[in-house]
Design a protein around this ligand. Structure first.
Ligand code: NAD
Length: 494
């Protein structure tokens, strides 16, 4: 059986802990690999490698760092199909979706190609007589990234592109469920000319994560995953004096006003709810339909669902693959049964007609869902779309703002004034107007509000650069015999 090991100092290093995890093929339900799980001592060895690489990489000039990113950009573009097929094989997502993931990750490497410009500080000449003041952005040291199963290539790229370009060295702890794409990216970074030790991968579970959280040589932690773990990472990491950005789960609502283009709204709801089998933190999981259009909207969604082709990524026509594990599939299926018991209407039951093998579930549509029902309150993270009927814009907005999560949301309307009011009022970090999955482009930053993000800086883009650097301000003058005197007063300019 294929064995996936760590990536340390520019090469594959077999684990020595004796512990490992199973990597499944979600389309068949069979185990296809094992992944080594690191011990505390192995994590310490990786961090020591990254620490040793830091002084040299930090001193590497900006043109050279940018050149590595440009090379990486070319290599990812040239290998996009190989990366996508690794994603399909371990995550299960269909090829078109996997290619989309690679493309959105690549944007972050492209952004980091501009690092000489991004690290420019400010300069004030003559802040006082003969005194100039300027700010510089310096890297933090060794930083770590801990990533989820649902974007095994893109989320690492959200982190390492900026972190490395800023001059830090990096330790990645990928999801143990689909660890191969990150290993491929490590090979590409080496080919791009990144010095050994600057980018490292340690595979594992809580043991590895906990050691990263308390290791004195880790300066900052970027995390993406579920809310309970994000909170734990934030609290533990900050208690240990680290800078932490921890992105959590989501429950994204799409508010459809009566004047919306209902066909466009139905297309968007179906695409955003069932794409990637709903295993996206920006998936739409609740449609809030204003009463007067709710029946017409549900009808349109219902009509579209049977056309979705569900099956393994190996068949190019398929549009939706399996879920990540059998356990997760069963958990998601539990919400469908539970919804009926709690009084919701199961319009389409995705448990019907699924293949025997693999972790498949078909799309489900549940109407008349209300707050207080488990399928409304919890993040399901599967191909289940709920419809909640609301009397008005105000009622819809109030539900969104009352939700514990605040990752993404969307409004569908032709009314510019209503859309603008929604942008103004809504307590959510990423907002779409007639756009169901408003993942910001790489030159903005990604992050939710409330229980969807712990920490102050959003991920990638300008906030990513801020997260991976600290500012130093220099106040400087040069000897000038004309102005040199003894003055014990506090320095002032007037
Ligand atoms: P997860 O929280 O189970 O795992 C994320 C990472 O944390 C993995 O590397 C895992 O090994 C590690 N981990 C898991 N349990 C741990 C523990 N007890 N202690 C220490 N480390 C632990 O998340 P997942 O199932 O891989 O991913 C799905 C979740 O991620 C969903 O909740 C989804 O909404 C969220 N997500 C959020 C975003 C975002 O940008 N906000 C993006 C993608 C996914």
């Amino acid at each position: 059986m294929n064995r996936i090991s760590h990536w340390i100092d520019g090469k594959v290093v077999a684990g020595t802990s004796g512990r490992s995890g199973a990597v499944w093929n979600p389309a068949t339900g069979e185990q296809q690999a094992t992944v080594d799980f690191a011990s505390v001592e192995e994590v310490d060895a990786v961090v020591a490698t990254a620490k040793a690489a830091f002084p040299g990489w930090r001193a590497t000039n900006l043109s050279r760092r940018a050149e590595v990113m440009f090379q990486m950009r070319e290599l990812i573009a040239a290998n996009r199909k190989e990366i996508a097929s690794l994603l399909s094989a371990e995550h299960g997502k269909v090829l078109s979706d996997a290619l989309g993931e690679v493309a959105r990750g690549l944007e972050n490497v492209e952004f980091a190609c501009g690092i000489p410009n991004l690290l420019k500080g400010g300069y004030s000449e003559q802040a006082s007589s003969g005194v100039d003041v300027y700010s510089i952005k310096q890297p933090l040291g060794v930083v770590a990234g801990i990533t989820p199963f649902n974007f095994p290539a893109m989320v690492p790229m959200w982190m390492f592109a900026n972190a490395i370009a800023c001059g830090n060295t990096f330790v990645l702890k990928p999801s143990e469920k689909d660890p191969s794409a990150s290993m491929f990216l490590a090979e590409l970074l080496k080919q791009a000319g990144l010095p050994d030790g600057v980018f490292n991968i340690v595979h594992g579970d809580k043991v590895a994560v906990d050691r990263l959280l308390d290791h004195p040589d880790i300066q900052a932690i970027s995390f993406v995953g579920s809310t309970p773990i994000a909170k734990y990472i934030y609290e533990t990491g900050t208690r240990n004096g680290k800078r932490v950005q921890a992105l959590g789960g989501a429950k994204n609502h799409m508010l459809v006003l009566p004047d919306a283009d209902l066909d466009m709204a139905a297309d968007a709801a179906v695409s955003a709810a069932y794409g990637s089998a709903g295993e996206r933190c920006m998936a739409i999981s609740v449609v809030l339909a204003v009463d007067s259009v709710a029946d017409a909207l549900v009808e349109r969604i219902q009509a579209r669902v049977p056309d979705i082709k569900v099956g393994p990524a190996s068949e190019p026509d398929n549009e939706m693959g399996p879920l990540i594990t059998g356990e997760h599939r069963d958990k998601v299926a539990g919400y469908i049964g539970g919804a009926a018991e709690e009084g919701a209407t199961v319009v389409i039951d995705g448990r019907d007609g699924v293949p025997e093998a693999g972790f498949f579930l078909k799309p489900s549509l549940i109407d008349h869902v209300k707050p207080g029902m488990k399928c409304y309150d919890d993040e399901i993270f599967g191909p289940v779309l709920s419809v909640t009927r609301v009397a008005s814009y105000d009622e819809g907005l109030a539900l969104i703002n009352a939700n514990q999560f605040g990752n993404g949301t969307a409004i569908f309307t032709r009314d510019g004034g209503a859309a603008r009011q929604f942008e103004f009022d809504v307590q959510v970090g990423m907002v779409g107007v007639n756009v169901p999955i408003p993942v910001p482009v790489s030159y903005y930053s990604f992050g939710g509000w409330k229980a969807s993000l712990f920490g102050d800086q959003h991920m990638y883009g300008p906030e990513g650069v801020n997260f991976y650097t600290r500012t130093k301000v220099v106040t400087k003058r040069w000897p000038d015999p004309r102005s040199s005197t003894v003055d014990l007063g506090f320095p002032q300019n007037r």
